[in-house]
Design a binder for this molecule. Structure first.
Ligand code: AMP
Ligand code: GLY
Length: 423
C-alpha cells in the first residue's frame, strides 16, 4: 500500500514507524523529517501548502493519505484531496471545526447533549469584562480558534481574567472568547478511529501538559504520555463510548458533516462523571507515541478502511502491555529555546528491547542528529506492566543527551496514586 503521510513531528514518526510494520507499506511523507526519511521518501512540501500537497498526491497517486496535524485539516486539505478521489484519513474542513472553533465545538456539545462545562460566548470585549466582574472563580478563558496550545487560560480571580483577555487577544485566535466553568478532576485523552459511522476506540492515555514535575510550570505541547490510563477502566471506557464518542459521530453525520479520522476527546473525569474539555480532530501528540506501540491490528488497513468508509464493526486488537513516552525538550522550551545541539545516544537507546525514540524536532547536520525544535524526542518503551514501561523509558532517556536536555521525571506517576475517581 502506498501511503502519503502529511506532517513532520513525533506523532508522524510514530505513525510512519507503525505503518512500516506492514512490509507492504511504501511510505511517502511531506514535509517529513530525517526519521521519516529512514522509513521512506520525503518531499519538501509544507503542511499548509494545500496546492503543493494536491500536486504531490497527483504525482504519487497514493492508496491512502493520512493527515497528521490540525492546521491542514482546518484549512480543508482533506476536501481538496477527496475531490481528486483519494482515500483520505482525516476530517473535512467542516468536520474539523470540532477542533478549529471552540465555539462551534461547545455549541455542538450542547446540541447533542454531550456532557461539558457550562459556558458563555462573547463577541465583544466589554461584555466579556462585565461578565468577568460578576462570575465565580476559578474560571477558564478560551480563544475560539487554533492557538497552538496557547488558547486556554485558567484564571484564579478577576485580575488574572483581565490579563488573560489581553493574552488571548494577542494570539490572534481570540475574536470570540469563551468563559467556562472550572472543572476539578483528572484529565484523560480518549481517541477513536471512525469512518463517520463506526467508531473504534484506541487505548486510553494521559498527557502531561506542563513543563515541570508535579504538573507545575507553563503549559507545553505535551511532555509525555502513557497508555492505557488505569483511570479509564472498562466501565468508564464504555460510558465514554456510549455517551460521548458515538453520539458525537452520529451528531456530525446528522448535521451533514460526517467525521472521518481520529476523534480525540480531551476529558476531565470529575466526581460527577467524565466531562468534555475539548475535541481534537486528529491523533494527539505525544499520546500517539504511547498508543500506537500497543495496537496489534494492521494500522494501514484500519486507516484505509476508515478513509473508504468500510470500517468493520470489530474492536481493534490491542496488546495487554503498557507504553510510556517521555518527551525530551530543549533548554528554554516552551519559551525561546536552544537549537542545533548535537544529540548523542540515539542508537544505544533504540537498541534497548521494546524501546523506540520518536523524533519530534531533530535535523541532520553533516550526518549528525541535532536539535531542531522545542520538543526534540519522545523516548518510548513498552513493558508487561506500566512500572516496567516507565523503568525502561527512563533507562533509555538516560542514554540520550544533548546540551540543556530537559525531561520530566514523573511521567505516569499519577497512575500509581490511589484515585478517588476510579470505581
Ligand atoms: P483545552 O485545549 O480546552 O483542552 O484546554 C487546555 C487545558 O486547559 C486542558 O487540558 C485542561 O488542563 C485545562 N482546562 C480546559 N478547560 C477546563 C475546565 N473547564 N476546567 C478545568 N481545566 C480546564
Ligand atoms: N497532547 C495534546 C494534543 O495533541 O493536543
Amino acid at each position: 500500500m502506498k501511503i502519503l503521510l502529511v506532517g513532520s513531528g513525533g506523532r508522524e514518526h510514530a505513525l510512519g514507524w507503525k505503518l512500516k510494520q506492514n512490509p507492504e507499506t511504501v511510505l511517502h511523507s511531506a514535509p517529513g523529517s530525517p526519521a521519516l526519511k529512514r522509513l521512506g521518501e520525503i518531499h519538501p512540501v509544507g503542511v499548509d501548502n494545500l496546492e503543493g500537497l494536491r500536486d504531490l498526491a497527483r504525482t504519487l497517486d497514493p492508496d491512502l493519505v493520512i493527515i497528521g496535524p490540525e492546521l491542514p485539516l482546518v484549512m480543508g486539505l482533506a476536501d481538496i484531496l477527496r475531490e481528486e478521489k483519494f482515500n483520505v484519513f482525516g476530517p473535512s474542513r467542516d468536520a474539523a471545526r470540532l477542533e478549529g472553533s471552540k465555539v462551534f465545538a461547545k455549541d455542538f456539545m450542547v446540541r447533542h447533549g454531550l456532557p461539558t462545562a457550562n459556558y458563555a460566548v462573547f463577541y465583544d470585549e466589554s461584555e466579556a469584562k462585565s461578565y468577568l466582574d460578576k462570575t465565580s472563580y476559578p474560571a477558564v478563558l478560551k480563544a475560539d480558534g487554533l492557538a497552538g496550545g496557547k488558547g486556554v487560560i485558567v484564571c484564579g480571580g478577576r485580575a488574572a481574567a483581565m490579563n488573560a483577555l489581553d493574552t488571548l487577544r494577542a494570539t490572534g485566535a481570540g475574536k470570540r472568547i469563551i468563559v467556562e466553568e472550572f472543572l476539578a478532576g483528572e484529565e484523560i485523552s480518549f481517541l477513536a478511529v471512525t469512518d463517520g459511522k463506526t467508531v473504534l476506540p484506541l487505548p486510553s492515555s494521559q498527557d502531561h501538559k506542563t513543563i515541570s514535575d508535579g504538573d507545575k510550570g507553563p503549559n507545553t505541547g505535551g511532555m509525555g504520555a502513557y497508555s492505557p490510563a488505569p483511570l479509564a477502566n472498562d466501565f468508564l471506557k464504555n460510558h465514554v463510548m456510549e455517551t460521548i464518542m458515538k453520539p458525537a459521530i452520529e451528531g456530525m453525520a446528522a448535521e451533514g458533516n460526517p467525521f472521518v479520522g481520529v476523534l480525540y476527546a480531551g476529558l476531565m473525569v470529575t466526581l460527577a462523571g467524565p466531562r468534555l474539555l475539548e475535541f481534537n480532530a486528529r491523533f494527539g501528540d505525544p499520546e500517539t507515541q504511547a498508543i500506537l506501540p500497543l495496537i496489534e491490528s494492521d494500522l494501514a488497513e484500519t486507516l484505509l478502511a476508515a478513509a473508504s468508509k468500510t470500517l468493520p464493526d470489530r474492536e481493534l486488537a490491542i496488546s495487554p502491555k503498557s507504553c510510556v513516552c517521555v518527551v525530551m525538550s530543549s533548554e528554554g522550551y516552551p519559551g525561546p529555546h536552544r537549537l542545533d545541539d548535537p544529540i548523542t545516544g540515539l542508537d544505544a537507546a533504540n537498541a534497548l528491547p521494546d524501546t523506540v525514540v520518536f523524533e519530534a524536532g531533530v535535523a541532520e547536520r553533516d550526518g549528525i542528529p541535532v536539535t531542531a525544535g522545542g520538543r526534540v524526542l519522545g523516548v518510548t518503551a513498552t513493558g508487561a506492566t506500566l512500572k516496567d514501561a516507565v523503568d525502561r523509558a527512563y533507562e533509555a532517556a538516560k542514554l540520550v543527551d544533548f546540551k540543556g536536555a530537559h525531561y520530566r521525571r514523573d511521567i505516569a506517576a499519577k497512575a500509581f496514586k490511589v484515585n478517588p475517581l476510579s470505581g
